[in-house]
Design a protein around this ligand. Sequence first.
Ligand code: SF4
Length: 970
Amino acid sequence: MRYRAEVFRMAAELLLFSQDQQAYSFNKRRLESYRDRAHHRQLLSFLEDISGLGPGAWENYREEYGYIVENTRGYDIPLWESSFRSPGQTLLDKNTLAVQECYAAWGLELRPELHQVCDHIGVEFAFCACLAGSGLREAEEYCGEFLSRHTVFLLRNIVETLDSLERADGERFKVTELFRAMTEFLSGIGVIEKESGIGVEIEAPSGERIASLRSYSDKFAALFFREAVKSLPFPERLIPSSGNNNCGSRCRFLARTRAGNILGFRFDSERTPFIKYCIRGHHYHETFLSHRRIRYPMKRIGERGEGKFRRISWEEAIDAITGEWKRIRDEYGPASRYVMPGSGAEGTANPENLAKRLLALDGGYLGHYNFYSTACTAIATPYVYGTNFTGSSSHFLGSSKLIILWGHNPKESGFGAYLTDDLVRAKKQGIPVVAVDPRHNETIKLLDGEWIPIRPGTDGALADAMAYVILSEKLEDREFMDRYCLGFDEAHLPPGTAAGESYESYLFGKQDGLEKTPEWAERIIGIPQALITGLARRYALSKPAALIAGYGMQRHSNGEQGVRALAMLSCLTGNVGVEGGGAVGTGHIPGFHIPSFPLPVNPCGVSIPSFLWTDAVSRGREMSARQDHIRGRDFLESPIKMILNLAGNTLINQHSDINATVEILRDTEKCEFIVVSDLFLTPSARFADILLPGTSFLESPNIARPWREGDYLLYCNPAVKPLFESRFEYDWLTEIAERLGLYDEFTEGHTRAEGWLESLYEECRNYEEELPPFAEFAKEGGYFYKQKTNFIAFREQREDFERNPFPTPSGKIEIFSKRLQDFHDPAIPALPRYIPGFEGPEDHLTAEYPFQLTGWHTKRRTHSIHDNNILMDRVESPAVYISPEDAEKLHIEDNALVEVWNSRGTIRIRAAVRDGIMKGVLAMSQGAWFTPAADGADIRGNINAITTLAPSPLAKGNPQHSNLVNIRGL
Ligand code: SF4
């Protein structure tokens, strides 16, 4: 029995890393000290003999220990019972509960301070050691059988798992041999020895005595277990919460928990019938409570980006971050410090804003403006209307006579709480829906809409040709144009503007001799001119008609011009400010007041377009206001030297041209220090110098609200405790604040993020009287307003223009923009004229790269979140979509392996041959985790392996849908 216990102990010690690192670190001294203990020494030499491992091999175990237990390389090595028992390989689920119940039945409970998940196989070994070493007086038969079953389960799974593994360098894990030896050793022990001692009675809740153990004073067991509460069954709780990922919708759900485990999620269909708990929500458990989580703080030990780390303590991590934080501030100035914009976690306590707050208090940072998703529209729209609040509440769609969704796919991307439902309702009412998109997307399918496929990036040409038809056939709302618009025709140009500069002159070729006819557009956009003419007539004659532009159509090299051209259509037809119509633009809708984290003014007062951060790393001092549109300074004073990338994957995965970005970040003389806090060893996290384990929304509190439209606020109640040593970003930032002498300023007395959330929420109640007190709000998991938003952008202007001019310099919709003319840049014209963007269908590069590759936001991921969840591959497996005509021409069959490439990179992926994709166009959903093979080709389907770092002209936004590529079968 004692031998058996010793074997279990050794196995446990191999697999566990106690909080008390002094006592349980896997170092040579500790192992040597084992040799003084008779049992251990004997056993160890026996195992060394049978496994062929000499004493020196223990050194190797330390490195392997990092791979296997600490997850220092992102290896997918399951070490949890749950992992073996559930297809999702999850933690804190019903399997974990079963393990806990088993411990409890034997009178044991895992020590909470261990931060270990209780079904870790190391803990299971410790449990077995404890039982075996305790010596059974009664119930030994039961215990013996239990131990035998466990032995088989544990060792078989461990040995088989390790057996199947190879290290990155192709060698095998040496520890496999040891475990194999242990298995053989254990299976050679037959009968359980009977021992005597003072017993501890263990009872089931029914009062039935199930075991009597000698003692649990075993020192080893005491490190992991304490005497159990005999409180079976653990009570069940329903915890209301919400996701705070950047998903576009946000619904309320209930997490069913027992003893700190989540047994399931239930969508709250009564409270939020308008938002569907989407497919991602059904897979929260496998995504966020995965055994692949980053478990401990880590420090880079290999080359940057190599993904090699070693575990460190939180203390060591905080010291290292604070040291570099100060050094870089003092050496290069505070504006050399940058916080990456994220597409991961959102909410009131957004990690990006938390970090900016501390940096602002500490002298400042390099800020950024605009976002990857919306840069072109968010910058171009205010030049037209003076604001980005150009949307209308989607329930007004019921008053439309025609709905055109232009590059818009809300079924997959979310886009507010109500839009998809309201579209379905409108369709049921009989309102026709037309969709302009290179792909026959999920929303078109859902609505059974008419699909008009156009080539990516040619939206402006289609809009211009439609405008030409409307004007030629005198279908325009001339009265609206004359009254509200500047620069439509020669009579309404701003004073001092040269003749021939009006939009009308542009359309009819008065300047360039080129009329923007449907025939002209046909060659560019790839659809018959009759279709263009028909669409123009239908839009102009259906009154009112809603044209809603998505964000996909503006993520192009000429995205700003596309937005302006579409805005023209809503003006020409007089749909602006009309119920059931609407202005085309960014489409924001003012909603209820929301609690937001106080962000002090950045003392550096300088910001860059968010997409240009790699430029700020590689050529920072050359960046200027004139050329790069930096704000607040003429030139940057320093390149970026420190990056904080918190709860986001933009550092590598979501940025363009990953291969070029990798080269920039690999150079530690450029950006000298990178901190990443995340859940997984993502492609971005691999580039950390210090890597911190963050918490998911299931583990930390927040306040969430949907994008764009949604009359509610949600509270993310933590449903489980943080996994392993994970910490919410606020917790460690307060420690840095303390070391910087800024604790009081940073926290304002709130030691935890919860305190901030409560006080910001209570402040919000001063604006929104309907909101209940915080305690009620948190208990309910949110609040749903009785009032509903009823917003139609520019309704006031239509009703009383004299009192409500447009918030532009002229007070009118600026079709001709003097402010844009002042850029004196042909790529930024004063009029919304069509300019072929780079890497569009008219680029000379088409000779070499004849296909346009476009991306989309898939229901399978929220940006890059959920890509770790392979069960979601069933929803959409990695693929490049190609039309049957193109596939046939290139002899590519459905599901065949293909290579998509251009000068920036290569992607090897399966082909999905489908009707719903335009000829000459390829499509690949965005957000897959960049996974380079040995030759550098991405094998997961990350579109950014081949997107470009060249920005759009005005917004300097990302043109991730403008890509010319080639494709071939392999
Ligand atoms: S991703 Fe958004 S819509 Fe989907 S379940 Fe989560 S919060 Fe709800």
